[in-house]
Design a protein around this ligand. Structure first.
Ligand code: SAM
Length: 267
């Protein structure tokens, strides 16, 4: 049996009452994200059909991304928070993002309803950040090749800013926001180096905007529990923690993709 993480008081909210979850599919949200439009019915249906077929074949949006999407929907609704409120823009910080498989998906997820998402994605490793940039650009090209070009966003800068540096050095970068509606850490890595990860958690908690969330996922049961304990000791409030039952098992025993997820607020 998987080990269920204990939380002080996981808050379960009626999804219908939470104001979250628009029912848009991941595909529709990506379409809106890459076209810059809120009304996909304005797009040529033949283009949309061809793109959907391409999307279904694409290695970028496989099952892990669909599960990640569903997991984010569940956990955000259960947290009872609506990061960014009814604002038109949302700041998203994706820390220790590696090659950032989820870059486009997260922007599309948080951009539902036509919100502008400014995502800053950081990792220590330059090679991973290069790969992340190329991956995001290739996704953009896929939409462009189908005739989807972004409208009305020319003066708003990049959708995702990929930065190769220590997660806690973000402050050194000029036009970067002080606080984030969402701080996202996929497959946190406490076991790799506790002191470094303590620093990353402290930094993350300090950067959460009012009513914002820190979302973390973990590969392992115990690593997740230890991360939650540490985050609590640093002033984080665990709103939700879930063993993701649809997570994909990896060959290493007890390890699976997004095995656990938690939504955390600053106390
Ligand atoms: C387990 S990997 C997860 C990568 C990615 N989020 C994923 O889900 O595939 C942990 C990542 O933390 C990054 N990392 C470790 N220390 C870091 C630091 N101080 N600042 C930024 N990234 C760091 C590593 O380079 C690595 O990519």
């Amino acid at each position: 049996m998987p080990h269920e993480p204990k939380t002080d008081s996981p808050l379960i909210i009626d999804p219908a009452a939470s104001g979250s979850g628009t029912g848009e599919s991941m595909f529709d949200a990506l379409l809106m994200h890459f076209s810059g439009t809120q009304v996909t019915t304005d797009l040529d249906p033949r283009v949309v059909k061809a793109l959907r077929a391409e999307f279904d074949r694409s290695e970028f949006f496989g099952d892990d991304m669909r599960r990640l999407w569903a997991m984010c929907e569940r956990v955000v609704v259960q947290s009872g928070r609506v990061p960014g409120g009814s604002g038109k823009a949302i700041n998203l910080l994706n820390l220790a993002c590696g090659y950032c498989e989820e870059g486009a998906v997260l922007s599309a997820f948080w951009g539902r309803g036509g919100r502008r998402v400014r995502q800053f994605a950081m990792d220590l490793r330059h090679a991973e950040i290069d790969k992340a940039r190329r991956r995001y650009a290739a996704t953009e090209r896929m939409f462009k090749a189908a005739g989807i070009t972004k409208v009305g966003r020319r003066d708003e800068g990049l959708d995702v800013e990929f930065i190769a540096d220590d997660a806690t050095h973000l402050v050194g970068y000029g036009e970067i926001p002080e606080h984030y509606d969402v701080v996202f850490i996929r497959h946190q890595n406490l076991w790799h180096d506790r002191a470094i990860w303590q620093r990353i958690y402290e930094f993350s908690l300090a950067r959460i905007a009012d009513n914002g969330l820190l979302l973390i996922t973990s590969y392992f049961d115990r690593e997740h529990l230890l991360a939650l304990e540490l985050i609590k000791s640093l002033g984080g409030e665990i709103l939700v923690s879930e063993r993701n039952l649809s997570s994909r098992e990896l060959s290493y025993p007890g390890k699976s993709i997004d095995r656990h997820v938690a939504a955390i607020a600053r106390q």
